[in-house]
Design a protein around this ligand. Structure first.
Ligand SMILES: Cc1ncc(COP(=O)(O)O)c(C=O)c1O
Length: 422
């Protein structure tokens, strides 16, 4: 054990784990450097947070400038950076988003979105989709069904939450069309047997399930949910904490599909690593949330907001380049799939790609990722996993990764998988 891992084991609660024993002392763009000066390609991006790579210069400059002027306001007085961030995000968000409420973390934003939906609709029911991840607080973990272990030991959870299937075509061994039909039929049965739609306040969903295994909802399924929401006066809450800020090829995945949610939940890459999250909705909806019915001390931190405004500006130039990177990644990962029996499926959108690791044909291989991640580390690459069986590689490079670094990272992955299969 290195000195640092011993200190962490002593001082940090073991509920927080570190995927790799490597100590990183500096990040720069796509690359990070360890305490011995070794460099690594970072395709973990701090769990889809550093979408512009580490310390992007324009974001760093905006944050530093704000840090030298005002750090905290806590709602005591007016400050400009929160208006700048809100205006810029509203400009690039789906049309329904006319105002924002800022917080600090994704879970907090999910909590706020459900409170807003319940308060304004006067209904209690929340319909969530199996495999969804929405956070760890008591409310958000009640909506989270990506893994039973996240909920275990915390019952009773928040009541009036109803769970319905999300299409998982590869795992169900079905076409996307059949999986959609199965999932929608289950939802219709839920409305018949478990909860009447006129008691449902909101559908809470990820347009591309993240932690649950990188499953895109697809346009048809999203449209069917939008239609059901409209038919029954149910609000549609898109949790875009992981899928937002360019990750799937546009600012938000709702825009990739062309389907506007009523409430948009944002976090992670919103300030490229400084803590910030937000809920967006129409002015009409927010008007039903009177002053004082919700609040925050740190939300809308001046430094995080300054960074966030710079993130939006930077993304405007980065987003047009994502398609080329995405095509290259899908092509190269498709080649890997042909050559490696361990890769069962490659799926996703933009630069949010899941590589599912299997054995005996289509069975999840729960052992593969740990070995592949270690082999990748040894060769200079950080990667993360997801899925209830720990068997899906989250392929999430920075959105501005150079084509050479993208090729190099995939090359290392190729070697790491070969080492596992040897
Ligand atoms: C879709 C989604 N929602 C919510 C969260 C919770 O965000 P946080 O960890 O910032 O509370 C996450 C985190 O992974 C997420 O992926």
């Amino acid at each position: 054990m290195t000195d640092l891992s011993a200190r962490l084991a002593d001082a940090i609660a073991p509920v927080i784990t570190f995927d790799s024993p490597i100590e990183i002392v500096e990040g720069d763009g796509t690359w990070v450097t360890d305490a011995n000066g070794n460099r690594y390609i970072d395709f973990a991006c701090g769990i889809a947070v550093t979408n512009l790579g580490h310390r992007p210069p324009s974001v760093a400059a905006a944050a530093e400038d704000q840090l030298n002027r005002l750090w905290h306001a806590g709602g005591s007085f007016l400050y400009e950076s929160v208006a700048n961030a809100a205006e810029k995000i509203i400009e690039v968000a789906p049309d329904t988003v006319e105002q924002l409420f800022f917080m600090n973390s994704g879970a907090e934003a999910v909590e706020a979105s459900v409170k807003l939906a319940r308060k304004t609709s006067g209904r209690q029911g929340i319909v969530v989709f199996r495999g969804g991840f929405h956070g760890r607080t008591m409310g958000s973990v009640s909506y989270t069904t990506s893994r039973a272990k996240y909920r275990s030991g915390y019952f009773p959870l928040v009541p009036s939450v109803f769970v319905t299937p999300f299409p998982h075509p590869y795992r169900w061994n079905m076409s996307q069309e059949d999986a959609n039909e199965y999932a929608l039929n289950e939802l219709r049965l839920m409305f018949k047997h478990e909860v009447s739609p006129d008691e449902v306040s909101a559908f809470l969903f990820e347009p591309l399930q993240g932690e649950g295994g990188y499953y895109p909802a697809g346009y048809e399924f999203m449209k069917a949910i939008r239609d059901l929401a409209d038919e029954h006066g149910i609000l549609m809450i898109a949790d875009e904490v992981q899928t937002g800020f360019g990750r799937t090829g546009d600012f938000f995945t709702s825009q990739v599909y062309g389907i506007d949610p009523d409430i948009l939940v944002m976090g992670k890459a919103i300030a490229n690593g400084l803590p910030l999250s937000a809920v967006g909705a129409s002015k009409e909806l927010f008007a039903g949330w009177p002053p004082g019915s919700h609040g925050t001390t740190f939300g809308g931190n001046p430094v995080s907001c300054a960074a966030s405004a710079a993130v939006v500006d930077e993304l405007r130039t980065v987003i047009p380049g994502i398609a080329e990177r995405s095509d290259l990644a899908f092509t190269r990962l498709g080649d890997l799939q042909e050559r490696h029996r361990t890769i069962g499926d490659v799926r996703g959108l933009g630069l949010m790609i899941g590589v599912e690791l299997v054995k005996d044909g289509r069975e999840p291989d729960p052992d593969a990722f740990a070995v592949i991640a270690r082999e990748a580390n040894r060769r200079g690459l950080f990667i993360l996993n997801c899925g209830p069986d720990n068997n899906v590689i989250r392929f999430i490079p920075p959105l501005n990764v150079s084509l050479d670094d993208l090729e190099a990272g995939i090359g290392i992955l190729d070697e790491a998988i070969a080492a596992y299969e040897a």
